[in-house]
Write a protein that binds this ligand. Structure first.
Ligand code: ARG
Length: 254
């Protein structure tokens, strides 16, 4: 008997795993809450200010939830864990500056872009600011980002060091442990402004469109998010949030 129930228990556990499903739009609406993930360490897009999650992406997600008449339940987790976590249904959507790439499209669906930007070189005054000046240099980037991919393609660079957080790469640059940091151009702009002449931004290495990610095969949720983005674009909300953080329009839905 004992062994049969043990087997049943084991089977139950085995069966339980595949029944975990992405929460579809009907379920989300019924619960009244959208579970959204971000990183919380990527200013000015998503970061903590005195214990409060804030940033362009946090405001965008909050505007989306409001339009959809949903409460927001925020989860924060490391950027490099987010694509995999989507498949485990730990949240409905993530907004954490994911560039739309073919590689990521194999595992997740992307919404329409909530901003467009690119990867830029940042260095200390006198440091390398152009791709051609990166020969023999040590670059620092956040793990699992499009900046890491771009840095690895720089010809002649000595080494690419990866850090769990983008702010760690920034600190490594300020501390002289790397020669250049590759990051988002608006992250760079904010960091340079705050640095008091300790940092300079250089050449743009590539451009990218940035969007929210969700589990593959959740077409109704994807449709709702895209329609809401379009509505927030046409009523001027997206532009207003953008100007609050960047003093310019970083959106690209038009
Ligand atoms: N845009 C870059 C990418 O797609 C970096 C995003 C980093 N996001 C973050 N929350 N740290 O990989």
């Amino acid at each position: 008997m004992r062994s049969i129930s043990a087997i049943a228990l084991a089977l139950g556990l085995v069966c339980a795993a595949p029944t975990l499903q992405a929460r579809d739009w009907a379920t989300i609406k019924q619960t009244g809450t959208l579970i959204a993930a971000t990183e919380g360490a990527y200013p000015p897009f998503n970061y903590f200010q005195g214990g409060k999650l804030t940033g362009y992406e946090v405001d965008v997600m909050e505007a989306i939830a409001k339009k959809l008449n949903l409460k927001l339940d925020w989860r924060t987790l490391g950027f490099d864990a987010q694509v995999a976590a989507i498949a485990q249904d730990r949240f409905d959507v993530a907004i954490a500056s994911h560039g739309i790439t073919e590689e990521r499209q194999k595992s997740v669906d992307f919404t329409l872009p909530h901003y467009c930007s690119g990867g830029q070189i940042v260095a200390k005054p006198g440091g390398p600011l152009k791709a051609a000046e990166l020969q023999g240099k040590t670059l620092g980037v956040q793990l699992a980002t499009t900046y890491a991919d771009a840095a690895r393609k720089v010809s002649g660079a000595k080494e690419v060091k990866t850090y769990p957080k983008d702010t760690d790469a920034q600190q490594a640059l300020l501390g002289g442990r790397i020669d250049a940091w590759v990051t988002d151009r608006f992250v760079a702009q904010t960091a340079v402004q705050k640095s008091g002449n300790k940092l300079k931004s250089g050449e743009l290495l590539f451009v990218e469109r940035v969007a929210m990610i969700l589990r593959k095969g959740n077409p109704e949720l994807l449709g709702q998010l895209n329609q809401t983005l379009k509505d927030l674009n046409s009523d001027g909300t997206l532009k207003r949030i953008s100007e609050k953080y960047f003093k310019e329009d970083v959106t690209c839905l038009n």
